[in-house]
Ligand binder design. Structure first.
Ligand code: SER
Length: 617
């Protein structure tokens, strides 16, 4: 069966049973700053699982692209991937366990023609938060599944969610398929036998995990609430956070089936990398390295997985580029890890663009954004690869010098990270391969200092970025908002402010962009800014929570905590504004006060960061 046939079968099956088909959300969660990537089909549905009305109804189905980085060390085996697709169906307060389990079994056995004798199941065994899922256990039995094939497992195996720290979650029942083609499936299900591959998960989301208090001690006394006002802040010793599971407004079903794994088992492959979703990429790696997959499985799987995930992140509508923080760091780590494994296979020349070819072919129809953004993706892959090859050489020399003592200090590991662009995990891997030790605590300490520093400088960037608060400075500051928005329109949404320095004479502005601006691009930016000036737009602000600011699409550095509430500056009318930006101010009141905008110079500051100098004439 082809991947597309499986996708269609799934959606059609649930469509016939009253579910509305919804499309895949972005890989970068819209309103959830607590996690970097969309990790499951339910992720974009959190508000609806909590009781909001979904515009498409109470029964939904989708194919969601997902990124999970928690399993990155496991990538290299047959079944774990950083990027994968999740087929899912949801009941928002409609059907519950019985219907969900019946539909799952029907789909597996009737539609996919998987043999019932090769299926096994697990259910939640119960603990202090929620009881044994007797309901799910008995429903499986009533459908003819023998007790030996239904295992009761604890929370760590059979409980799903919440995605971040708090939110909807519940017990789940997981479905496994016997993958060994040579050996008969044993009558008793043993969950630790890896030949039982988990393919589907039905979660019964009826709980909301909420934080009730921080457990703290002071002077030997234990308090169960951080809200106790008799304790001075400085005397509080943080112990642990206490959570509670309260019933949700409605009982939901959230299911997730791994496309890659399921495709492998129905086609009787013992390895996901042999399916059409990976094979062309593996074949390309074989060709580039002149080596055989069978003898280099781990390396080839990691390369294929990581470059595919990198392409998907780059191709997403949100315009992430490699960097040293947040999403960009994950992307950088994936590409660099792939390059290192390629080097192990003897691939010394740039190869990421070669692998991009089969990846486009595999995904262009289902994720057209990959094709649409192909130039951007190619450029970024290539740039990151070049950068890394250079630093890798220097860094590896330094690494071997450092490790003469068979011991890498945290300071050195940090130097490798900050100056040579070595992801810390890479230093760890290299150290592990050579049995050197690393001082992780010292590294973390250095990292913390670095983060404090950059936080301080970013506060400086928004407040002290202005040399004074005189009229001319305020004018140029307001112009910077117009310019940022104009650049996002002309160059793309990956443009972010990296710093600014504004005096009464000129505006200096650093931003993320991989290459030099063309004269035409500069002219277009100038034109847009001047048009806004001519439109005599009002400049005003509103205070709101960081979440609201994100929701309305305000730009700003969200990684930094500004405190709960932020000021968002708008330029334009209330219902039709040109720019929305989180900012402390100060600004002028109307763009008519600005003169005519001109870019004087555009140059590079550091890797991936450019600088514009501009004036008002
Ligand atoms: N959210 C569950 C999972 O990711 C089911 O969709 O497995």
């Amino acid at each position: 069966m082809r991947a597309d046939e499986l996708r269609q079968k799934y959606l059609n099956f649930f469509k016939k049973r009253g579910h509305a088909v919804i499309s895949s959300a972005s890989l970068i969660p819209e309103n959830d700053p607590s996690v970097l990537f969309t990790t499951a089909g339910m992720h974009p549905l959190v508000p609806y699982l909590m009781g909001e009305k979904h515009p498409s109804g109470n029964k939904l189905t989708s194919i969601q692209k997902c990124i999970r980085t928690g399993d990155i060390e496991e990538v290299g085996n047959e079944t774990h991937h950083t990027f994968f697709e999740m087929l899912g169906n949801w009941s928002l307060g409609e059907y519950f366990k019985k219907e969900a389990i019946e539909m799952s079994l029907e789909f597996l056995t009737n539609e996919l023609k998987l043999k019932k004798e090769k299926l096994a199941f697990s259910v939640f065994e119960g603990d202090k938060d929620a009881p044994f899922d007797k309901g799910a256990f008995e429903i499986w039995q009533s459908l003819g599944i023998s007790e030996k094939r239904i295992k009761k497992l604890p929370k760590k195996d059979n409980w799903w969610g919440p995605v971040g720290e708090t939110g909807p979650c519940g017990p789940d029942t997981e479905m496994f398929y016997w993958s060994d083609l040579e050996v008969e499936s044993p009558s008793e299900f043993n969950p630790s036998d890896k030949r039982w591959v988990e393919i589907w998960n039905d979660v019964f989301m009826e709980f909301n995990k909420i934080k009730i208090a921080n457990k703290i001690t002071t002077g030997g006394r234990l308090y169960s609430s951080s809200l106790d006002e008799n304790i001075l802040e400085k005397d509080k010793k943080f112990i642990e956070i206490l959570y509670k599971f309260e019933p949700l407004k409605q009982k939901n079903v959230d299911t997730g089936m791994g496309l890659e794994r399921t495709l492998a088992v129905i086609n009787r492959f013992d390895d996901n990398y042999k399916t059409e979703l990976f094979l062309p990429i593996i074949e390309k790696i074989e060709k580039l390295s002149g080596k055989k997959y069978d003898e280099n499985k781990k390396e080839m799987r990691i390369i294929a997985d990581h470059i595919k995930a990198g392409v998907m992140i780059l191709g997403d509508e949100r315009g992430i580029i490699p960097s040293n923080t947040g999403h960009g760091y994950v992307l950088r780590r994936l590409i660099r890890r792939a390059v290192r494994y390629a080097k192990i296979l003897g691939i010394e020349k740039n190869f990421t663009a070669d692998l991009f070819e089969p990846i486009i072919k595999i995904y262009k129809d289902i994720y057209p954004e990959i094709k649409k953004n192909q130039d951007f993706i190619n450029r970024e892959l290539e740039a990151e690869e070049n950068k890394f090859r250079k630093t890798l050489e220097q860094g590896e020399k330094l690494f071997s010098k450092m490790s003469e003592s068979k011991n890498i200090s945290g300071k050195d590991a940090f130097l490798l990270f900050s100056t040579y662009g070595f992801p810390f995990e890479l230093t760890q891997e290299l150290a592990q391969e050579k049995s050197f030790s690393i001082n992780i605590e010292e590294f973390n300490e250095e990292m913390r200092k670095h983060q404090d520093l950059s936080r301080t400088s970013s506060i400086g960037m928004f407040k002290g970025g202005l040399a004074d608060a005189g009229e001319e400075t305020k004018k140029l500051h307001t112009t910077a908002h117009l310019m940022l928005q104009a650049m996002r329109i002309i160059l793309g949404n990956h443009i972010e402010q990296k710093g600014s320095n504004i005096t009464s004479e000129r505006l200096r502005f650093d931003f993320s962009h991989p290459q030099k601006l063309s004269d035409e691009e500069k002219e277009k930016i100038e034109k847009i800014v001047n048009e806004q000036i001519e439109k005599k737009l009002p400049v005003w602000f509103e205070e709101m929570s960081l979440d609201e600011a994100k929701k309305i699409g305000a730009t700003g550095v969200f990684e930094h905590k500004y405190g709960d509430r932020v000021k968002v500056y708008f330029i334009g009318k209330e219902n039709d504004n040109f720019s929305r930006e989180i900012c402390g101010g100060p600004h002028i009141e109307n763009t008519s006060e600005l003169g005519s905008f001109k870019i004087l110079k555009e140059e590079s500051v550091s890797a991936g960061v450019r600088r514009i100098k501009a004036v008002l004439e």
